[in-house]
Design a protein around this ligand. Structure first.
Ligand code: IMP
Length: 437
């Protein structure tokens, strides 16, 4: 069977914890989109591991696959693998030969474009990892794929075609001086060596075929989404989005398994009990007061990849309804419930008011979304409690007001609560349903 884990908001919903928790019963954990723009912290036996590319399941001995929908920075890949090896682990990571490769010029161009866009308020606040420019080249049919690194002649041909274009773009359009990042010979040597290492370590696979065998054999496959629905290139708040499809459909196109395989499994939406955002763009339920400060501090809301303080807002139900539909959630996991403890009165954006109309889901243009006024619904707060005791006693031990909050979310999304996160560690989770078991 399959379980797909999807962020239902703007990323950073705590997907890693759920992947980690449910992943115990998985045979293989697969990322289907994104690259080293994700950030997962996994604590195993008191040791903290920070990963941005490698699927976190490998820490627990699972096979980790980066599917064809991913963009792979080999430097990050090998530095994460080496760091895990130094700590005594033997990570088993497989790369789709169809996945695209992030090259140094992608990162340079990501930075320049963001700078240029700032003047027009169009900068997405990217992680600077070259994600957008790499997907651009994929769509432009000038990308370099993992499989190309394995064949030096093909690699050379591809570089000779694309690098002069990138250099001209950087120099003539953006007016910067270029260096080794735009030099065919230097890139060729460096990326050929990456390809050799991939070959030596037998890391590359035909992902669809590889995973199809797991599926045919009745094994458990976990699809690990990165980022979130509202920063999906199609369903998110364009242009303040990432350049891939974190939504559940991406699990099919980004791995080479059919939509039926994904759809017959479970799709678990990960919901943070409030909103946080690292990037730019509108945010109708955004808070700018001391409650935002409180939540930011209590929730440690600083970017894992960039360290930036995150913007904070009340839970946005139209955003969640949109996510529930676009992904087809069969269940939800609500994280960070403990962070809201101690706030007297909580609010939730139940619907929006736009041009005299009440909206229950997100409008499709970001301009209209930015003009939405949330209709706030109030909830009585709950006190700080000993959450480890609550975990021990189970769901019914959650304070009444917090349960009312969870019931409301679950009813509105027509999806049962599978798990509730009440602290940063994976053991600080109340599990009602483990869809993998
Ligand atoms: P990119 O993915 O680096 O191109 O960034 C595009 C947008 O997605 C920016 O607003 C980023 O802040 C946001 N973003 C990318 N990855 C993550 C993530 O893992 N969590 C939250 N936001 C992200």
């Amino acid at each position: 069977m399959t379980v797909t884990i999807v962020g239902s908001q703007l990323g950073d919903e705590g997907k890693g914890r759920v992947v980690d928790l449910y992943g115990d019963a998985a045979d293989v954990v697969v990322r289907y989109q994104g690259g080293d723009n994700a950030g997962h912290t996994v604590v195993e036996d008191g040791t903290e591991y920070k990963l941005s590319l490698v699927p976190s399941g490998v820490i627990r001995g699972k096979v980790g696959v980066l599917g064809n929908g991913c963009v792979v920075n080999p430097e990050t890949l090998f530095s994460e693998i080496d760091a895990l090896r130094e700590r005594g682990l033997e990570p088993d990571v497989r790369l789709a030969r169809r996945a695209h490769v992030i090259l140094p010029y992608h990162r340079v161009l990501d930075g320049i474009e963001e700078d240029v866009k700032k003047d027009d308020d169009l900068a997405a606040g990217t992680t600077g990892r070259g994600i957008g420019p790499t997907y651009e080249d994929k769509a432009g049919r000038r990308g370099i794929r993992v499989g190309d690194l394995l064949d030096p002649d093909v690699l050379r041909d591809r570089l000779e075609y694309v690098v002069p274009q990138k250099r001209a773009l950087a120099e003539d359009v953006f007016g910067i001086e270029t260096g080794e990042e735009f030099d065919v010979d230097a890139l060729y040597e460096q990326y050929k060596a990456f390809g050799e290492r991939m070959k030596d370590e037998d890391m590359t696979v035909n992902a669809g075929d590889f995973l199809g065998k797991y599926n045919d054999g009745g094994k458990n496959i976990m699809f690990e989404g990165a980022q979130g629905t509202s920063i999906d290139i199609d369903h998110g708040i364009y242009p303040y989005v990432t350049s891939s499809n974190p939504t559940a459909g991406g699990a099919a196109t980004g791995t080479g398994l059919g939509p039926g395989v994904v759809g017959q499994g479970e799709v678990v939406g990960i919901v943070k009990a409030y909103l946080s955002r690292v990037g730019t763009g509108p945010l109708p339920t955004e808070l700018h007061d001391e409650t935002a400060e409180y939540i930011r501090e209590e929730g440690g809301e600083f970017g894992t990849v960039t360290g930036r303080p995150r913007r904070i807002g009340w839970l946005d139900m139209p955003m969640l309804r949109h996510a529930a539909r676009a992904n087809g959630f069969t269940g939800i996991a609500v994280n960070h419930l403990d962070v809201l403890a101690g706030i007297d009165e909580l609010k939730v954006g139940h619907s929006y008011e736009l041009d005299g109309e009440e909206l229950f889901t997100m409008p499709s243009t970001t301009e209209r979304w930015g003009r939405c006024e949330p209709n706030l619904k109030s909830f009585e707060g709950w006190p700080e409690v000993d959450w480890s005791e609550v975990v021990e006693q189970g769901y019914d031990a959650i304070p009444d007001n917090a349960r009312a909050y969870l019931d409301y979310i679950s009813d509105e999304l027509d999806a049962p609560v599978y798990a509730v996160g009440v602290g940063p560690g994976r053991e600080e989770t109340i599990v009602l349903t483990n869809p993998m078991e």
